[in-house]
Design a protein around this ligand. Sequence first.
Ligand code: URA
Length: 205
Amino acid sequence: ARISERLQDQRAGSAETGADLKGCTACPLHANATQVVPGEGPPTAELMFVGEQPGDQEDLAGRPFVGPAGQVFDAALTLANIERDKVFVTNAVKHFKFKPRGRRRIHQRPSSDEVQRCKWWLDAERAQIKPKVIVALGATAAEALTGSGKDLLKRRGQIELATDGTPIFITVHPSYLLRLTDKKVRAAEQIAFENDFRRASEIVA
Ligand code: URA
């Protein structure tokens, strides 16, 4: 609760929430990660995007969505006419979970327990920003925001309500697009992704 109060204290004019919360030990992931990656965006943001967890590059930079998935994310924002610096971008889990393989660090999906233990932070960001709409990028975000990450592709494009009534727009994670090898399928999915962003921003308008 103490950390959550500190988050609230940072409200005034801060571009980043939780940037000083480097010491979070609520789950075991802090032990191997370089640093926490808090959400970022203006306190006035009406649209919030929630990803899964920082990746390799985000872990090093201390900022969300700056690596390959971030490039897919940024491209969809641009095509949907959404300015990144007007929205709040964060993750369900704030530390990078990985397995070392040689010199590489291989992404591992966070467990439900880790998502639960990190949820206080996402909840604090939500309480601070009070977005009109939250876009859940993929199953882990959907789990953190709605309690379930199941059947994501069936739920994609739908609006669900969080317990506090905030509309949660469900879509896929940008890494899903990166994993598609068929060029045509990928191009079609990219358009669908961008359309999801456009629809979410239209709810806000
Ligand atoms: N994937 C995520 O879910 N979030 C990031 O910040 C980067 C990659």
